[in-house]
Ligand binder design. Sequence first.
Ligand SMILES: [Zn+2]
Length: 144
Amino acid sequence: MTQHDALDKLVEDRAKLPKFCPSWCTSGPAGHAEAMLEGCDLESASMHLSADIGGQQDEIRNYVTGEVVRPGKGGWRVQLRQQVRPGHRLDVPLLGVECHIRESATPTAYVRTELNLTTSEARKLAAQLLHLADAEDLRRYDTL
Ligand SMILES: [Zn+2]
């Protein structure tokens, strides 16, 4: 591909970038164009992305013995993503949940996993997690 062909392709691809974004997309049309100029291909530069939020998994030790009950230094990231296909067709928005947890046997090794959930699946999972967390945490006060 000559330099002229590459420039033609860049101009052609840039015309295919999203012109409008959902309210949660942090890129905006200018951000999608900037991603392409920074080297992202059309598919990557077109993806709508929310702010990415996350948390840290802390190490938990037995208060008395100091024994590590759960190794920490892991964490998670959550981000809403929506791929834009040719012709400005939108895929279903998905909540990407990425977790990395340190293996207890090998302190420098991490286990990573990623889930891509629909908004309905994310709501159900969040409700079920809250229900189970409440069942355990609030049980402690049942006898008071
Ligand atoms: Zn966008």
